[in-house]
Design a protein around this ligand. Structure first.
Ligand code: ME8
Length: 643
């Protein structure tokens, strides 16, 4: 048997800086749809997704959540996997950059690049955006010194840093992009990248010394590897690149088709830094890059860390997975932006899914039951309407394949729904209820109904990658065996006889748009605020008694040198020596304001080191989304117990 062609597809690995929203879910779903399509086409497919768990942003998010960085990323990785499972995403591997299999590769690559002098040690002073973890030039930040990517204020930062020699590979990369016109898609993005390279590439700072949460440079461990160099490596570390794993790396990376799907926000990293890393490491650039646009909300951009976003779960739970998968895939045009609007979602579900698609199935099955006791076969009674419908089916399959092969599922879906409309129109044209009155038209009527169910079978196969559940229900209702659900069987007449179900339960019930909009508004997080945190599990008095709470007086306090949010207090607990306690309160108190406060300290907490400073306890504070207040006492003395 001939070997199948291979298809390796990847999503960006997401930051665990918050819960995954519609935007992240879009990329993940897009890859799932393409993987399912390619698998049906006979490709041997491999789908990689995962989490980008290092970097300052993640460290800060963990601090805010009051967790260690590892606990924080573990939690978000679990939540993310649960969402992908709810969305029926068929990924093959989920890589996390905190895994050993990944770290080893990053460290090995870094040392190799150092050894061959593609990475060198230097100094960097520049405008640094904490959020994007990138340095920018004077011209890029403009007069106001704002980050050109996210618009936040930048700050001047100087540090010793390793640099990757982008400049050395600039011409080679430019040539590569020019010689491979389909390397970056869509074309407008490719042009963007080419002009960026033509503007001149500065060497890239690829290490940091200002925080710890990253992969250490083996030969100089005060540096951690820049998060993008770390993250990009995932696409090959997951395949076992160091061992040239024949079942993964060799098979898929060096296979027939490799596609990195990314949002337009991270184009430059994938179109410039990643290919240059590969060139320097002498690993072939086998991938193509597709940069899609963004889902916007009516009130602007979505943000994971700031929480202004739409999340998929409520839609899936209330309206079903396939309605959600359909809307998400349909609404974002190739390469462009789109609007994720709840009213448009409800309307599309009603018009496209309940009316057009659902009704076509209901009406067709009902007529096969009504006029032929549930059984129809292909007859030799072809009318011009039949010929036209067959031609439409044939042309739809062809165009659909062409569009899916060009990574355009939104347009491919458009074609399928144009066929669905055509099939609905065919019912009006052929008027089966009139044919049924004339016994001489029995074969014409049977052939008409056959044409409907046979078209539906092919529609089911075409919709399967996007709406697997609905397609499989459709096959059940039409009683189509799995060998007639294949890619090759999308030929009119392939399934000669149908014995359909007696009754169809509508695949997509019609929704009352006004009512549903009110429901969505009521359940939106904005409406629920101010939110009361759910109570934690009940405990016994003995559990509480394990806490040793004592009164302490802050006798000195300073800002933490390596962390904006932390203050380092010296607290007298009436013991021989005062203790040092690090707290995430710098956004709310100046060091001076802390001195003299009588606070409550958790005195038997295991000491930890936070960004290089020892912390021997914790101060109690109350907080909500906006404010934080340290709990204070008035007259008690250091060392007094709090019970
Ligand atoms: O950038 N519409 O992770 P990230 C559509 N860790 N897609 C969107 C979107 C929107 N509104 N918002 C986000 C990172 N996305 C890095 C990647 S890869 C080596 C490292 C999608 O969590 C889109 O795919 O910020 C975008 O590229 C990705 O989420 C960014 O995810």
């Amino acid at each position: 048997m001939a070997q199948s062609k291979t298809f390796y597809i990847t999503t960006p690995i997401y930051y665990p800086s918050g819960k995954m929203h519609i935007g992240n879910a879009y990329t993940t779903l897009f890859c799932d749809v393409l993987k399912r399509y390619k698998s049906a086409q006979g490709y041997d497919t491999y789908y990689l997704t995962g989490m980008d768990e290092h970097g300052k942003k993640v460290e800060s998010a963990a601090l805010e959540a009051g967790l260690s960085a590892q606990d924080h990323v573990d939690q978000i990785a679990e939540d993310t996997k649960a969402l992908w499972s709810l969305m029926d995403i068929e990924y093959d591997d989920f890589i996390r950059t905190t895994e050993k299999r990944h770290k080893t590769v990053v460290q090995t690559f870094f040392e190799q690049l150092l050894k061959q002098k593609d990475i060198y040690l230097g100094h960097y002073e520049g405008h640094y955006c904490m959020h994007c973890e990138s340095f920018f030039t004077e011209t890029q930040v403009g007069e106001d010194h704002l980050c050109p990517d996210c618009g936040r204020p930048t700050q001047i930062l100087q540090e010793e840093s390793y640099f990757l020699k982008l400049s050395k590979y600039s011409k080679k990369l430019h040539d590569f992009i020019t010689e491979n016109p389909d390397f970056i898609q869509p074309e407008s993005r490719r042009n963007e990248v080419l002009s960026f390279i033509e503007g001149g590439l500065n060497d890239l700072s690829v290490s940091r010394t200002t925080f710890d949460w990253g992969i250490k440079v083996v030969s100089d461990p005060k540096h951690v590897v820049y998060v993008w160099l770390d993250a990009l490596t995932n696409y090959v570390s997951a395949l076992g690149v160091l061992d040239q794993d024949p079942m993964l790396f060799d098979k898929y990376w060096n296979g027939d088709e490799v596609l990195h799907v990314v949002g337009k926000d991270i184009l430059r990293f994938h179109a410039i830094y990643w290919p240059i890393m590969l060139m320097a490491l002498d690993i072939p650039i086998t991938f193509k890059l597709y940069a899609h646009g963004w889902y916007m909300m009516k009130d602007g951009k979505m943000s994971k860390s700031k929480g202004g976003a739409i999340y998929p779960e409520p839609f899936i739970k209330r309206y079903g997975l396939d309605a959600m998968r359909y809307y998400m895939m349909r609404e974002l045009p190739f390469g462009g932006d789109g609007l994720f609007a709840p009213d448009a979602f409800l309307e599309r579900t009603n018009f496209d899914l309940a009316n057009d698609f659902g009704n076509l199935l209901n009406r067709s099955v009902a007529m096969v039951n009504q006029y032929f006791a549930g059984e129809v076969a292909q007859k030799n009674a072809q009318t011009p309407f039949d010929t036209e419908l067959e031609a439409k089916v044939e042309q739809t399959v062809k165009t659909y394949d062409h569009l899916m092969d060009a990574y355009k599922p939104a347009d491919a879906l458009g074609e399928v729904f144009s066929l669905i409309s055509r099939a609905n129109k065919y019912i009006d044209e052929t008027t089966p209820w009139v044919l049924a009155k004339d016994p001489a038209q029995k074969d014409v009527l049977e052939d008409t109904l056959y044409h409907l169910v046979e078209s539906l079978r092919i529609i089911g196969i075409l919709l399967h990658p996007v709406m697997p559940e609905a397609a499989s229900q459709l096959f059940d209702y039409l009683n189509v065996s799995s060998d007639h659900q294949t890619f090759e069987s999308r030929v009119f007449g392939h399934h000669p006889i149908y014995r359909v179900a007696k009754k169809v339960t509508p695949l997509f019930p019609r929704l009352d748009v006004e009512k549903e909009l009110a429901h969505l508004k009521d359940s939106s997080p904005a409406k629920k605020a101010p939110k009361i945190e759910p109570l934690k599990d009940e405990i016994l008095i003995d559990d509480f008694a394990k806490l040793d709470l004592r009164v302490g007086v802050v006798i000195a306090c300073k800002a933490h040198e390596n962390a904006d949010r932390l203050l380092v207090s010296t607290v007298d607990l009436g013991e021989e020596k005062p203790r040092q306690i690090v707290s995430g309160i710098a956004g709310h108190y100046s060091p001076e304001a802390m001195v003299g406060k009588k606070v409550i300290v958790v005195a038997n907490l295991k000491p930890v080191t936070l960004r290089g400073e020892l912390s021997e306890g914790m101060l109690l504070a109350g907080s909500n989304a906006k404010a934080l207040e340290v709990v204070e006492l008035k007259t008690l003395n250091p060392g007094d117990l709090v019970k």
